[in-house]
Design a protein around this ligand. Structure first.
Ligand SMILES: [Mg+2]
Length: 317
């Protein structure tokens, strides 16, 4: 498969998961398959819970902000990313993580806001940095393991002061890099765990183990560990893009984010062609803070293509 198809699969796959899971957020397990019993039955992009059919939530909105910053700054400019996040948060998006909102509206500088929040609250290992990592994962995929994991940590740290959140995002970045290079991210897991920060390795080893099941989670899946573990579980226990997303949303809880993470990984493995057209067609990403801008799938594909340009060529097969 061509590298570009996988790169677009990451960005569009994550966005589709987000939009598909949004209406089921905080709902019970099994709600998705109760409403849409069969694979391929259609009508799944139905909206609800305040979301229009196909409307992407904060996960994708923030991912677009990160991706556009990387392109316009020609690399990682953390104050610029933080500035875009703040402009977005100030425009009162429909959905924003509690911690992300606290940090972005604190008035503190980009390099102090999240650290100060963590110092005061001590609980900051939400999945809010992991959820927005699709675009940065594509941009950094061609730059090697150390560079992509380092970038993931630094972008996470803009809103999440807890290093546990950084490590989860770093693992996601690395799994995407492996998949875009034509490798098997599940087979790479033991190797990836070896480069996770030692203080956080054991906890990730538990949720990423082949015999782990989301029922074994010790926290709500809005926390970074079960969120990543559940997304990897959805990929491992299914054999197609659509099946992986159904499994992720059927877990209930923070369905948009678990499905966004699962969709990014599944999109990297199966490519853009595996994402059902009936899901991409209604997909749209409003961008609060940027006037009436709304991105459609063509613009997400173009964003992914530009993020991968120059670094992906020759990387995969
Ligand atoms: Mg969301």
């Amino acid at each position: 498969m061509e590298w570009g198809a996988r790169g677009a699969g990451v960005v569009v796959g994550a966005a589709v998961g987000d939009a598909l899971g949004g209406p089921f957020e905080f709902g019970p397990a099994g709600a998705f398959s109760a409403r849409f019993p069969e694979v391929g039955c259609g009508g799944e992009m139905a909206g609800g819970g305040g979301w229009d059919p196909g409307e992407a939530t904060d996960d994708t909105q923030m991912a677009v902000l990160v991706g556009e910053s990387l392109l316009e700054c020609e690399g990682l400019d953390l104050p610029d990313v933080f500035g875009r996040f703040r402009r977005w948060a100030a425009a009162e998006p429909k959905d924003i993580g509690l911690q992300t909102e606290d940090v972005l509206t604190s008035g503190l500088e980009w390099d102090r806001a999240a650290a100060e929040h963590f110092r005061v609250n001590r609980r900051a290992a939400g999945n809010g940095a992991l959820m927005r990592a699709s675009t940065s994962a594509v941009w950094f995929a061609g730059r090697g393991r150390a560079a992509t994991m380092d970038a993931a940590r630094r972008i996470s740290a803009l809103t999440h002061g807890d290093p546990a959140a950084w490590e989860g995002t770093a693992i996601f970045h690395e799994l995407v890099r492996v998949a875009l290079a034509g490798g098997d991210p599940l087979a790479a897991l033991p190797d990836v765990l070896g480069v996770v920060h030692p203080e956080h390795r054991e906890r990730y080893a538990v949720v990423l183990a082949a015999d782990w099941h989301p029922d074994l989670a010790t926290e709500f899946n809005g926390a970074v560990w079960p969120c990543l573990g559940s997304a990897v579980w959805a990929l491992r226990t299914t054999d197609g893009f659509e099946e992986a997303l159904r499994a992720a949303i059927d877990l209930g809880g923070d369905t948009d984010t678990v499905a966004a993470v699962a969709g990014g990984l599944a999109g990297a493995c199966y490519g853009l062609e595996a994402v059902p057209a009936r899901w991409t067609e209604p997909l749209h990403v409003p961008l609060p803070g940027w006037g009436e801008r709304v991105l459609r799938v063509e613009e997400l594909v173009d964003l992914a293509r530009r993020l991968g340009a120059g670094v992906g060529a020759g990387e995969g097969e």
